[in-house]
Design a protein around this ligand. Structure first.
Ligand code: 13P
Length: 300
């Protein structure tokens, strides 16, 4: 039996479901039962019937799964798979922003740590950020930690005032793309449609033809014959699988090192030994759950 077959066998024996984010290495996505974007993984974590969830992604994704399914065992094969964006917004920064803007709700991107979510009113993902902000009656909304996503939401909702907290938060992998990269891609692939993730800078969003989450890309990038994709390069695998006759260009240098930590041997050991269980304290989980469930309710 190869690794993938052994992993599938172990998962069945242990009543485990393997969830993988769209940026995971191809072999992890292929070994998973289900792949998806952040919002889809959160929903699946809540609905899964299995007693164990194995989350192949970064740590905040596994934390979100545990918060939504506290009665289940949630395992992450590499607990060191962090997120530099999540670390840019601490609970203290949220409290200070709320004190400076009394009455303004805080929309927190799911790319945040559980203790930070616990201080916020509602979470969002890149798939539903504008809908979440639009669902709030207040005009002035605090939003973090991704300032580029905040700018994207602001552009969708001109009647709201979206305040990015911190003012310059961002994902290093996405923030690295420049307008020059988009211009070069246009020259090199004149027939391609260019789509970027809303974590890219506002300038890159404006220079692109379309903006969308990884789930949006997978649902919609079958409409044209050739695409240039500005997001983490792992997205190429599910796109090429779903649309084998379509040409996808991704930036080979756009690699999130944390998303690429998990390999098949880690996944095998996770299932064999039950490592590494994710824990979130009851007090933090209860508050963070309210914020995440509010988002799920808005996105129904
Ligand atoms: P998606 O919500 O599009 O899956 O993005 C997740 C993410 O971490 C982007 O860097």
């Amino acid at each position: 039996m190869n690794y993938e077959q052994q992993i599938k066998k172990l998962a069945a024996e242990k009543n485990a479901v393997i969830l993988a984010h769209n940026y995971q290495p191809p072999e992890i996505q292929d070994a998973a039962d289900i792949t998806g974007d952040s919002l889809e993984l959160a929903r699946l974590a809540k609905e899964a019937k299995e007693s164990t969830l194995v989350l192949c992604g970064v740590y905040f994704m596994a934390e979100t799964a545990k918060i939504l399914s506290p009665e289940k065992t949630v395992l992450i094969p590499r607990p060191d798979a962090g997120c530099p964006l999540a670390d840019q917004l601490t609970p203290e920064i949220v409290r200070a922003a709320k004190a400076a803007h009394p009455g303004s709700p805080f929309v927190v991107y799911v790319n945040s740590n559980a203790a930070t979510k616990a201080e916020c009113d509602i979470t969002c993902t890149s798939a539903n950020a504008a809908a979440v902000a639009a669902s709030l009656p207040e005009k002035k909304i605090l939003f973090g930690p991704d300032a580029n996503l905040a700018a994207w939401v602001q552009a969708q909702l001109p009647d709201k005032e979206i305040i990015p907290v911190p003012p310059n938060g961002g994902c290093p992998t996405h923030h690295n793309f420049s307008v020059r990269d988009v211009e070069i891609a246009r020259r090199e692939y004149p027939d391609a449609t260019i789509i970027c993730h809303p974590e890219c800078s506002r300038e890159v969003q404006l220079a692109s033809d379309m903006v969308g989450s990884t789930g949006y890309m997978i649902r919609n990038c079958g409409t044209e014959k050739e695409w240039v994709i500005f997001t983490e390069e792992g997205i190429a695998h599910p796109l090429r699988k779903k649309y084998p006759d379509t040409i996808f260009h991704v930036m080979a240098s756009a690699v999130c090192p944390n998303m690429k930590l998990i390999d098949l041997s880690d996944l095998y050991v996770t299932l064999r030994d039950g490592v590494y269980p994710v824990q979130v304290s009851d007090h933090i989980a209860a508050k963070a759950r309210t914020a995440i469930e509010r988002m799920i309710e808005v996105s129904k």
